[in-house]
Design a protein around this ligand. Structure first.
Ligand code: COA
Length: 461
């Protein structure tokens, strides 16, 4: 019974059936926070000694996989469920059905996903538009950041530039300023939310400016359009506003890639740094540098690099056998097959499926040789990886498809792709930060096990 109570209390997940009214995001959040605070208070007071899992050596030496040690509910990964990921109880197809799209569009937009992540509610159309406007109104970059990124050498990786730009935005942190003047702990989340929304609002202009500086000789961007949604503005600022399909693709990609449980490397980094009460800009800047690693966010650039090299080597009319041989060549050279495998999922990544469905709905994408190669590789790679026998998950992750679609639409600078992921992951990582402050979660500080002492003595190794 104890366990049932705990799982009811810790399962802070609520199936998102409630629909938000036309309240602002902050008002809606304010309504749902007290109940969660009360749940946590009871959990701590009545059940803090309940055991929720064992810590095994494999958890300690295996990157903490499977170790339940974070409180997070906005998204849940289930390795064994076909839908793989749920956002407050909603699968990706549910989100595609229920979350408002842009005017004239069909795909989920970042604002409706952000609302769902933060409040657990499906926003109304009116609430979504109101949030789009609020973000667009905050979307211009301050001059000091424009000057800073304009001064960076174009040879500096775009992800490094993004991290620098985001860190510098902390010049405007309302949380930091309020903290210095002395604020109540109960109010931390309000200032944090303000910073998080301002950061999310400014990411498109910052990311687009980096794109133009690095790849378009610093060509001037149009101003932020107050009538556009976040991603509509992002593509317009990069210079791709006329490509409606690319904009729709990025709306979908940025929404479904926004959160992937709280323990993924980038979100967890934001959480860890945020737990020191660093402001959201510093916390998210740190997260971006975690995202820049090839086992995490850089994988989308690696997939395309690998795929183009395969295309170049194999030429036209690539057969399944050609791909099989190429996969073995990659594996035998000691490299991983980029875009395959996952730290948690054990089936095809539902985000990969959603992007495949997007491709299937557009004849031009179906004809693209790069997209065709993604599909053919999907038909062969799981078998090869299974035979290879190392990875726990031979199925594709989202990155197996994401960059190839961008490439088809003419966004061919694949070193830039992780920046787009960085715009997306802000939705989840910053939601987590707001909730950490609303729940008053403490400084994170795991205990270490020493191989030389505890483990050696216990197992005699
Ligand atoms: C995502 C990833 C980092 C997860 O790592 P993980 O949780 O350690 O995965 P596993 O537990 O399945 O790894 C077990 C072994 O299989 C290997 N493996 C995992 N995925 C592999 C792949 N795609 N190709 C070849 N080998 C792979 C691992 O390197 C590891 O080998 P080791 O024992 O020699 O260290 C890993 O699958 C990977 O490197 N994939 C390719 C990069 C990628 O697509 N990243 C994007 C993730 S969204």
């Amino acid at each position: 019974m104890f366990c049932r109570t705990v799982s009811r209390l810790t399962s802070l997940r609520t199936v998102a059936q409630r629909f938000a009214s036309t309240k602002t995001l902050k008002e809606s959040l304010q309504e749902v926070i007290p109940a969660k605070q009360e749940q946590l208070k009871r959990l701590k007071a009545e059940h803090s000694q309940v055991i929720v899992g064992d810590i095994k050596v494999e958890n300690i030496v295996g990157g903490m996989r499977g170790l339940k040690s974070m409180l997070w509910e906005a998204s849940v990964l289930d390795p064994n469920e076909a839908c793989g990921i749920r956002f407050h109880g909603l699968s990706i197809p549910d989100c595609q059905q229920q979350l408002p799209a842009a005017p004239g569009g069909k795909e989920i937009i970042a604002e409706s996903m952000l609302w769902l992540l933060l409040t657990g509610e499906v926003p109304t159309e009116a609430a979504t538009r109101q949030l789009s406007r609020e973000l667009a109104e905050k979307g211009d970059l301050p001059t000091y950041v424009e000057r800073l990124v304009d001064g960076l050498s174009p040879s500096i990786h775009p992800m490094t530039q993004l991290g620098i730009g985001v860190a510098a935005l902390n010049h405007d942190s309302v949380f930091q300023k309020a903290y210095e003047t002395g604020i109540k702990k109960a109010d931390y989340w309000k200032y944090t939310l303000e910073d998080c929304l301002a950061l999310i609002a400014r990411l498109p202009a910052l990311a687009a400016r980096i794109y133009r500086n690095v790849y378009k000789h610093g060509a001037a961007a149009p101003p932020v359009n107050k009538d556009l949604d976040l991603v509509g503005n992002y593509t317009a600022l990069m210079g791709y506003g006329a490509n409606k399909d690319l904009t729709e693709y990025l709306r979908l990609y940025i929404s479904i890639h926004g959160d992937h449980e709280g323990g993924n490397a980038s979100a967890h980094t934001a959480h860890l740094v945020g737990s020191t009460l660093a402001d959201p800009y510093l916390a998210y800047s740190a997260a971006l540098f975690a995202l820049a690693g090839p086992l995490h966010g850089l994988a989308n650039q690696e997939v395309l690099r690998w795929q183009l090299a395969m295309q170049k080597e194999l030429g036209d009319n690539i057969t399944h056998q050609n791909i099989k041989d190429y996969l073995w060549k990659t594996l035998k050279s000691g490299q991983v097959v980029p875009g395959y495998g996952h730290g948690v999922l054990r089936k095809s990544d539902p985000r990969f499926i959603a992007l495949q469905e997007f491709c299937d709905s557009r004849p031009d994408l179906l004809k693209s040789p790069t997209i065709q190669l993604v599909k053919k590789t999907y038909e062969v790679a799981p078998g090869v990886l299974t035979e290879h026998g190392k990875t726990k998950n031979p199925w594709p992750n989202v990155d197996a498809a994401s960059g190839c679609v961008l490439y088809h639409y003419g966004l061919t600078e694949f070193k830039y792709y992780t920046v787009i992921f960085g715009v997306s992951r802000a939705l989840g990582a910053l939601t987590q930060l707001v909730w950490a402050r609303a729940l008053g979660l403490p400084l994170e500080r795991p205990k270490c096990a020493f191989l030389s002492k505890q483990l050696k003595l216990k197992f005699g190794i």
